[in-house]
Design a protein around this ligand. Structure first.
Ligand code: UTP
Length: 394
């Protein structure tokens, strides 16, 4: 193993308390990242997976919706907002949900999402318990923002916050990094650990005491996100499957999205860079792309099945990012470009742990407006345009 003694370089300058804090951080830290080779895992055999298409959904909309609304009214549906990310591409210093997507008025991303959720809870005339995942960096600000905004009109009794865990970051040479003289630079461990973090933080006790049977997990950064969508929930229940994924048809064969498919007969997501040219261009008999459906980070999972997969291994992905750190001379460095690796498990890898999954097609222009970048693709501008198209006043 690499020498990591630089971590205690400033030991002599630390107070007894600071020394204790550094030592216990090192002792308690999950150091499995040190064994990561950076090699992508070997995947199984992929085959296409059909979706419930827009037209099929339209034919049964009333039935699905009724089933979904009934489930919500019976308290069977909870929602999980994944808001622990760092949003580094957007370059906004606060939690991404606090970003003002409004133009002539204040409209935070959080408010947008809560409004979408409340459209459903008003129609159902029943609440959907909401679990908000934060991380060490943004937990306090997120909670305070909800408080300051009176939970956007939602009842605070139906909102729980929980924190995800952190993993250490590594520099190009595989060395752990310091955040300051007495702490190690860590980063949120990705959105794949949300259920494990719910377990660790007591949230599953809340679920257990409730009637929740389904959890709809979704990303903070899609401002057109339809949360606890009764039609989606109803369709999954009707299908008898244990999970569901909202998807959009690919805009082009080489669009850079993860595509839902089967891997060794199990539902799975293949990343765009893992697809061969043949997979990218393969067509069905009726001319559609065989690998056609991109995931948008909106899944429905059945709680009893999630419980069975708690503790199951999820692959650790590494991402090369601009990560601030303290250098050998004790100077704080804030790099402009990527300098180090952070490690993440991904929610999309949880799909592979499910026996089956209903692939549920939605209209891109109505449900998918991601805010990832400052400008260009999937940016503030493109999201605003889509919000306007959907009649949201900005
Ligand atoms: P992204 O993959 O876009 O990551 O997150 P990010 O950290 O927010 O953004 P970049 O890559 O630094 O620009 C997709 C969703 O998963 C959540 C995010 O908050 C977002 O809703 N997420 C991501 C977490 O909750 N925790 C994480 O550790 C990472």
């Amino acid at each position: 193993m690499l020498d990591q003694s630089h971590l205690v370089r400033h030991m002599e300058t630390l107070s007894a308390e600071e020394q204790m804090s550094l030592v216990s951080q090192i002792e308690e830290m999950d150091l499995s990242v040190l064994n990561e080779t950076g090699e992508e895992e070997i995947r199984g055999i992929f085959s296409p997976l059909d979706a419930l298409t827009l037209s099929q959904i339209a034919e049964n909309r009333a039935h699905y919706k009724q089933l979904g609304l009934d489930a919500i009214r019976q308290g069977k549906v909870g929602a999980v907002l994944l808001a622990g990310g760092q949003g580094s591409r957007l370059g906004f210093k606060k939690p991404k949900g606090m970003f003002n997507i409004g133009v002539n008025r204040e409209l935070s991303i959080f408010e947008c999402l809560m409004r979408n959720l409340m459209t459903v809870t008003k129609e159902a005339d029943a609440p959907v318990p909401l679990f908000v995942m934060t991380s060490a960096d943004n937990n306090r600000e997120t909670r305070e923002f909800f408080e300051a905004n009176n939970y956007f009109g939602y009842s605070s009794d139906n909102v729980w916050f929980f924190m995800q865990e952190q993993l250490p970051t590594l520099d190009r040479n595989g060395k752990l990094m310091l955040a300051d003289r007495c702490s190690i630079r860590t980063a949120p461990n990705g959105n794949g650990g949300w259920y494990a973090s719910m377990a660790k933080t007591g949230m599953l006790e809340v679920v257990r005491k409730s009637k929740i049977e389904w959890l709809n997990v979704f990303a903070v950064d899609n401002v057109l996100q339809q949360i606890a969508d009764p039609c989606f929930i109803g369709a999954v229940i009707d299908s008898g499957r244990v999970s569901g994924a909202k998807v959009v048809a690919k805009a082009a064969p080489d669009e850079k999205v993860g595509v839902i498919c089967l891997e060794d007969g199990k539902p799975s997501i293949v990343e765009y860079y893992e697809m061969t040219e043949e997979m990218r261009t393969l067509r069905t008999e009726d001319g559609r792309l065989a690998y056609n459906y991109g995931v948008i980070l909106n899944y429905l999972f059945r709680v009893d099945k999630l419980n069975q997969t708690l503790g199951a291994h999820l692959p650790l992905h590494r991402a090369f990012k601009a990560i601030p750190y303290m250098d050998a001379d004790g100077a704080m460095i804030s790099p402009e470009s990527p300098n180090a690796y952070k490690f993440e498990t991904l929610a999309l890898d949880m799909v592979r742990l499910q026996d089956d999954c209903l692939v549920f097609e939605v209209e891109r222009d109505k449900e998918f407006a991601p805010v990832k970048n400052k400008t260009g693709v999937d940016s503030v501008d493109t999201a605003r345009e889509l919000l306007r198209k959907n009649g949201v006043e900005l």
